[in-house]
Design a protein around this ligand. Structure first.
Ligand SMILES: *Cc1c(COP(=O)(O)O)cnc(C)c1O
Length: 366
């Protein structure tokens, strides 16, 4: 049987008949937009993360845009973010009219380097968007301290880090607002697009729920956008949410096996977990100077891998207007040449893991 990078079929098979029943109920109730399942999702997810409010929306990208608008980002502002992420993190900053200011990353942890943030702060800087990349928490102690000292707001893009922790506290509870994606392949994924914003700030929650739904129903207090989680996705997420803790546990166990069995193999650098934090391994990303050859070798043996992501954000054409060169972000630039995501998901079998590890070893023995 072919190995999958992410095995959604195995996941969904394991949730039957509960999943089918939930979907059938939404259809029988015709509760496609809003309705009981969406309200239950918002209450469940807020409780799970440990925040007062959760506002569901159509996807994780919209969640970022809604959060940025709620914090007032707009023309003339600068917003600092990481050079290493999925483009949603930075494109939504630009969409508000603000200017993206990229920051280099940490060599070991791939997250924004707190030491690099302060040199980027100018009188126009309004806020920081951090990303808990691959399921690893950002160094929130240092980032929160910097944001406070400079009077900046803080958004946590938590799309890859459902239930990751820093200092014994769930990520998503540190900033003014946090955003989540439930894209199917995420640690908690829907059967289509879905996302949400979470916050303890009532003003942000109230703005977000109005803004995401045309600025209010019947009484439009402002212009907004149309970004809704549908009832089917909410019902599906309510079923899957109960499994998230267990699935993350399996991800960590598989990651520990990879790390143990790949220690000292060739020039492979395995991903360490930040001290005082809990990693949820959305992705298991190793580094090697022989990345492209290893990737081809594994593919020939039926092992799918992914490069998350082929370039650091400042080096895509979309950001050529910023005129950056590799020396501006040496760590993020280097990582893009070396990173490789190995298959890791809660339904990866021991046989599959053994095949991946054995094949990596074989590559270095040639
Ligand atoms: C997946 C992801 C998003 C966007 O989520 P969508 O639901 O696909 O819009 C944003 N940021 C990061 C870091 C992501 O991985």
């Amino acid at each position: 049987m072919a190995m999958h990078f992410v095995d959604l079929k195995a996941q969904h098979d394991s949730l039957q008949p509960e999943l089918g029943d939930a979907i059938a109920r939404v259809i029988s109730e015709s509760s496609f937009i809003r309705g009981g399942d969406v309200e239950a999702f918002e209450a469940n997810f807020a409780r799970l993360i440990g925040v007062n409010r959760c506002i569901s929306c159509a996807n994780g990208t919209d969640a970022l845009y809604i959060a940025l608008r709620a914090l007032g980002a707009g023309p003339g502002d600068e917003v600092i973010t990481t050079a290493h992420s999925w483009i949603s993190t930075s494109e939504t900053i630009t969409q508000t009219g603000a200017r993206v200011v990229f920051c280099d990353t940490e060599l070991d942890y791939f997250c924004i380097d707190p030491a690099a943030i302060e040199s980027k702060i100018t009188p126009r800087t309004k806020g920081i968007v951090v990303v808990h990349l691959y399921g690893q928490s950002v160094d929130m102690a240092r980032v929160v301290e910097i944001a406070k000292r400079h009077g900046l707001w803080l958004i946590e893009d938590s799309a890859q880090a459902h239930l990751a922790e820093f200092g014994g506290r769930n990520i998503g509870t540190f900033g003014d607002v946090a955003t989540f994606s439930f894209y199917p392949g995420k640690n908690l994924g829907a059967m289509g697009d879905a996302g949400c914003v979470v916050t303890n700030r009532e003003d942000i929650a109230n703005f977000a729920s109005l803004f995401a739904r045309h600025g209010g129903k019947n009484d439009h207090v402002m212009e907004g956008i149309c970004s809704r989680m549908d009832g089917l996705q909410a019902a599906i997420l309510n079923v899957k949410m109960k499994r998230l803790v267990g699935w993350n546990e399996i991800r960590r166990r598989l990651a520990a096996q990879y790390t143990e069995q790949l220690a000292g193999v060739g020039d492979i650098v395995t991903p360490p977990t930040r001290p005082n934090s809990v990693h949820v391994f959305h992705l298991y990303v190793v580094r090697t100077k022989k990345r492209d050859a290893l990737r081809d070798f594994l593919l020939a043996r039926g092992i799918p891998t992914v490069i998350n992501y082929p370039r650091a954000l400042p080096f895509y054409n979309a950001y050529s207007y910023l005129g950056h060169s590799p020396v501006d972000f040496p760590v993020a630039y280097q990582h893009a040449q070396e990173i490789l995501s190995l298959p890791l998901h809660p339904f990866l079998t021991q046989d599959e893991l053994i095949l991946v590890v054995g094949s990596v070893r074989e590559f270095y023995q040639q």
